[in-house]
Design a protein around this ligand. Structure first.
Ligand code: KIV
Ligand code: ZN
Length: 510
């Protein structure tokens, strides 16, 4: 059995299916570049048929990324496979991932198809996908609750039809580690042509077991894990890439395989995904949480100082911590700025966009003396957001005094015309959001509001995340500024721009 564990990242597809986590084409390309730099083997860039925007995003990722295989999801339908094949035309290495549900409940209630019809459609789809690429993945959706004999039948047939990867999804996060591992082992043993395909695990975290189930699959013969940065995904999320990769790397005494991942990029990937989607990483999250390597309790700290391995099983720097060094300052020039951004995987598609970002950098450097990589990432996010916005933040004036009402005057540029509004309430953020609502004449429910610092110190950039609900849809927005009320206004406007630009896209699993 191979000693290489393939990392298939689905942040841009299954991660993006999480309500509020939708990403623009530029954001997807930016994340894909970091994944490529990390040496992720396969990047699932989206579900090409979902909308024109999804198609264009898969295409842009396929045309940009050279070192990772680019994949598009497709239901087991001719039109989906053709759209995926079309979007992937420009890829150096392309994979089509086709799926159909195989559990009794899904076949009966969702597909309303007989098992024979499901097998026939799966085989037909794999054959059609093979007309576009030799690299075809098949997933029996809800395999975690499917009958094992039926799984053996459909998998044998799809391998015979040309599938080169067989992915076993625990779609609803129902399995337990020993059980999921046993299923993988049994499928590999029972299916006569199983040696012709790589078996893969795709786990959801509804019971908090996605990583444990994926690792159990690897111990039982799976040689691909499907995962997302920060475990992003619908409901409780998917398997976290950083946790699987570090578990396998740290416990080489137990695993007879390893990944190609350059782990030093894990933290920057985590921060980028969090800032693009607005899904904040909890402080006690393994590997990438702020406390993951903070040995604060006195006794632990003493132990760590005397001998690192007393309490540390991994080195913080191996996953990118402490790499937060001063990179640029007030006197840095345009070339130094551009060169650093290229190192971070950011390239501008026009001189105008580079100049715009450089102007913002100079403004920031006037307010904040030390500029770190995280500041640059936030600044680029902001530049990309503003570029795509229809309603733009112009200025904010807030008057706040203890015991008095706070007033906020917001000026926005709406379709090229500047408009201002002043409102008064008991809080500055509330007054700011009310003024924006009145200017745009829009009603939304604010479900989440949070502020965090991008780097350390009181002069750090503040990052605000908001989550809005509008007519049943969830939309996130982010904004950064050295002033947190301005950051709040920007985050709110970012989300409202998405509300206004909302497009219909198909969900692959409904
Ligand atoms: O969870 C799931 O079943 C999926 C499939 C589309 C592979 O995401
Ligand atoms: Zn999934």
């Amino acid at each position: 059995m191979s000693d290489k564990l393939i990392i298939f990242d689905t942040t841009l597809r299954d991660g993006e299916q999480s309500p509020g986590a939708s990403m623009t084409k530029d954001e997807k390309v930016r994340i894909a570049k970091v994944l490529e730099k990390m040496h992720v083997d396969v990047i699932e860039a989206g579900f090409a048929i979902a909308s024109i925007g999804d198609f264009e995003a898969v295409k842009a990722v396929a045309n940009t990324i050279k070192d990772s295989t680019i994949c598009s999801l497709a239901r087991a339908l001719d039109k989906d496979i053709d759209r995926a094949g079309e979007a992937l035309k420009g890829a150096n290495s392309a994979r089509i991932h086709t799926f159909i549900a195989t559990s009794d409940i899904h076949m009966k209630m969702k597909l309303q198809m007989t098992p024979d019809q499901v097998v026939e459609q799966a085989v037909r789809s794999v054959k059609r996908a093979r007309q576009y690429t030799d690299d075809v993945e098949f997933s029996p959706e809800d395999a975690g609750r499917s009958d094992e004999d039926f799984l053996c039948r459909i998998i044998e047939a799809t391998i015979a039809a040309g599938a080169t990867t067989i992915n076993i999804p625990d779609t609803v996060g129902y399995n337990l580690p020993h059980q999921f591992g046993a299923t993988i082992k049994s499928l590999i043993e029972r299916i006569p042509n199983s040696d012709k395909a790589i078996f893969s695990a795709h786990c959801h975290n509804d019971l908090g077991l996605a990583v444990a189930n994926s690792l159990s699959a690897v111990l039982n013969g799976a040689r691909q894990v499907e995962c997302t940065i920060n475990g992003l995904g619908e409901r409780a999320g998917n398997t976290a890439l950083e946790e699987v990769v570090m578990a396998v790397r740290t416990r080489q005494d137990e695993f007879n395989c390893d990944t190609n991942i350059d782990t030093t990029h894990i933290l920057s990937a985590s921060r980028l995904v969090s800032s693009v989607t607005g899904f904040i990483v909890q402080p006690n999250k393994a590997i990438v949480g702020a406390n993951a390597f903070a040995h604060e309790a006195g006794i632990h700290q003493d132990g760590v100082l005397k001998h690192r391995e007393t309490y540390e099983i991994m080195r913080a720097e191996d996953v990118g911590w402490n790499a937060n060094k001063l990179v640029l300052g007030k006197h840095s020039g345009r070339n130094a700025f551009k060169a650093r951004l290229i190192e971070l995987g950011v390239e501008f598609d026009s001189e105008e966009n580079l100049n715009d970002a450089f102007r913002r950098f100079k403004e920031l450097a006037d307010k904040k003396h030390e500029i770190f990589d995280e500041d640059l990432q936030a600044l680029v996010s902001e530049t990309q957001i503003v570029k795509s916005e229809h309603i733009k933040f112009v200025s904010l004036k807030v008057i706040s005094e203890t015991g008095e009402k706070n007033s906020a005057t917001v000026t926005l540029n709406i379709d090229g015309e500047e408009k201002s509004m002043t409102t008064e309430t008991s809080g500055s953020v509330d007054a700011t959001f009310n003024a924006i609502n009145q200017l745009l004449n829009i009603q939304v429910n604010l479900q989440l509001y949070s502020v965090s610092n991008v780097t350390e110190g009181t002069d750090a950039l503040g990052e605000v995340n908001v989550r809005l609900e509008h007519e049943g849809r969830i939309i996130n927005g982010q904004g950064t500024d050295t002033d947190i009320i301005s950051a709040s206004a920007k985050a709110y406007i970012h989300a409202l721009n998405k509300v206004i630009a909302a497009t219909n896209r198909a969900h692959p699993q409904i």
